[in-house]
Design a protein around this ligand. Sequence first.
Ligand code: HMG
Ligand code: MG
Length: 308
Amino acid sequence: MTPLPGLPKRVTVYEVGPRDGLQNESGLIPVEVKAEFVRQLLAAGHCAVETTSFVSPTWVPQLADAAELLAALGPAPEGVRMPVLVPNGKGLERALAAGVREIAVFGSATETFAQKNLNRSVAESLEMFRPVVDRARGAGVAVRGYLSMCFGDPWEGAVDPHVVAGHARTLIDMGVTELSLGDTIGVATPGQVVALLEALGQQGVSVGQLAVHFHDTYGQALANTLIALQHGITVVDASAGGLGGCPYAKSATGNLATEDLLWQLHGLGIETGVDLEALTRTSVWMAGHLGRPSPSRAVQALAKEITS
Ligand code: HMG
Ligand code: MG
């Protein structure tokens, strides 16, 4: 372990495997397997696990069992975040009925993706979220926000960081307390991350209000994470085993693998509270259920050590 100056002592790893990972699977995954996945992630030491989505089951049939999953899991343990995605009033009602204590609304920085993912414009989707955020906050439910396509969009190309920062401001003014910057299709490079954080700073959005959410399509997720940490970010989204993608964004592949992230963070002496070996065992187990090996380099390397 060799630290570098200018990095946080502790990072919150926000695990999105059960939601971002499993929303994209073509085969049906039994609810008991999903529940066991979440239990194993918690047992590995995760303190933030995004569990599922209360979206339209027609749009995302993979997560149609959200209520059943939460019933099987029971309430989040004390001090543990188990947020769920919620786009609208119907989703919020379902989430509240399931006893959820944190939701995440998910907007887009680009018009094309807003239409494809939410069936409305950027402005219309932000207006759809406003009553959801109000009602959730009123009920004592925490609200995270996402912005997708923060760096590049498969239909529109490069994305202006000042446009992203404007939408970020709107979501934070609405009452979102943690905003995750999504590189949905994994195209960003480190200079873009810095440019976006600077544009956000000009809008009065501080790094303490932000998280980063990198997909790893072009192998840039760890480089982008490191530069974000050097600029003060302390919450990093990642997916066990590198599962993931978005059914409504062509070319979105898996998220930054949590194991790859932990290898880097622990190597830098940054605390996460997550046990890398336990997590690797979980990803190997999950890969067995999905019928294909994990794309995570750390899982591939460590799995050999663990099983030999
Ligand atoms: P719409 O078709 O405009 O919705 O979709 P609607 O309000 O017209 O309703 C249509 C039907 O769906 C109605 O049923 C509603 O009741 C039902 P019908 O009357 O026809 O029988 N419905 C619902 N049912 C259950 N739960 C709900 C719900 N809402 C409506 N919440 C909508 C609009 C937002 C619902 C739809 O576009 C949708 O569900 N989109 C979600 C897409 C999604 O989940 N994408 C993946 C997550 S985002 C992501 O992965 C990116 C991220 O990881 C960050 C990054 O990487 O950048 C977060
Ligand atoms: Mg994502």
